[in-house]
Design a protein around this ligand. Sequence first.
Ligand code: CS2
Length: 507
Amino acid sequence: DRGRAVTGERPTGARLNAAALAGLAPGDGLVLPDPAALNASVGLVHLGIGAFHRAHQALYTEDAATAAGDSTWGICGVTQRSAGVRDQLAPQDGLYGALVRAPGTTRLRITGAVREVLLPTDQAADVTARFADPAVRVVSLTVTEKGYRRAPDGSLDLTHADVAADLAGAGAPRSSVGRLVRGLQARMRADAGPVTVLCCDNLPANGRVLSRLVDDFCAALPTREGDELAAWLATSVTFPSSMVDRIVPATTPEDVADARAITGLEDHGLVVTEDFGQWVIEDRFAAARPAWERAGAEFTADVEPYEAMKLRILNGSHSTLAYLGALAGHETIAQTVADDRLREIAEHLVTEDVIPTLAPAGDTDLPAYGRQILQRYTNPGLRHRTVQIAMDGSQKLPQRLLGTVRDRLAAHEHAPWATLGVAAWMAYVASERDAEGRELPLDDPLADRLGAVRGNTDPAAVVDDLLTVREVFGTDLPDHTVWRDDLVAAVGDLLAAPVAAGGRTTR
Ligand code: CS2
């Protein structure tokens, strides 16, 4: 078997925690944290402690701290709204496992990177105290694309009820930007010193995007209050951009059972991921940071080419495969790329449409980078569901596919494969069921608006209606009639017959 590294018997149902950790021995397939990590003090606050953070930045942070022998970088994770992660990790002394699935092998890494989890609606004062703590020198975020509450023009949506409440300042902050700005304000008042705000969401120029939203929030505050805060931010806080990459599907009961088979313990905080990770960070810190370079992160003066490369090649092909795969009745991305016609679409997308739009990213070999990504998708151990990636399409399409479309159109070229990806999103939104008759969920913050085309089988009507969604297509793309006609043709093909079911869409 996997070399079960458990010493002694334990009652079934025993939970992973610090005491149970002492009874485990590292071995084949089981990696344990340095016990000293459990005594680390909090140095980093993370907003949005979902599975992605726990499988990516948290592990880099733990590795960096171990390599540097620095015990001042424990993580305080702040959940967005639900008590889930806090209730999973608190009884486990913050410990959880990352099940790393490579083709043919699985290992379980237990980590102690997260030292505290706070539920902001319940523990607002504790969140504020962390922001105001001089020992905290980095605040990072993964709150997902929709978590930034942007208006169609990219500014902070001041009309959103949560943002408006946070500006009014009554009660605990409810929006991510509000929570961040109110926390920074507490830090200023406490004179707790400079801090770096590090955005780790899949948005291009993510540091600049966040810095602008923070500025918008300050500008909407009463003048004196806003000016004072803006002046402090200008001298004490930086917002570097970063490119993050690691595939982290939702944890399944099978993953939990596999982890249990290795440790004999229940882990309610388990995450599952691949044996690949990348993190490229703009080197612009206002204060100290973990020695992330010792854990494999790369630092660079200009991260934007890396972000465009990753968003357009990986996330662009991921979303395209997710919509095409879901329509065709494929449950996972691995199943989707096992379908030759769908895999070929992703290959064409990367090499013919995306790569010509990209600037060099360091010395990255772009075709090889693209091939490696498509290879990662074949990993049979990752049951990454197409409908999981399909969610929040309105928030994802612009940076994943529409930048490619715009750049190709500006160069007087077609972008047939990226256009097919956009058409697949439209067909997905319009379809109530997949090729096998199973229901397709429409999980999107704009679902009310998008839902108007659900069940509509007229491709021109679907395209023309969805093109008016300014949050997605802006004001330029709807006017591009040639592109609109290409979309109508592709949506027509997909609605008539999804690709794998024999549609005409592969050119
Ligand atoms: C995926 C990403 O869910 C999605 O939309 O495309 O989460 C993807 O797995 C990561 O960005 C990979 O780094």
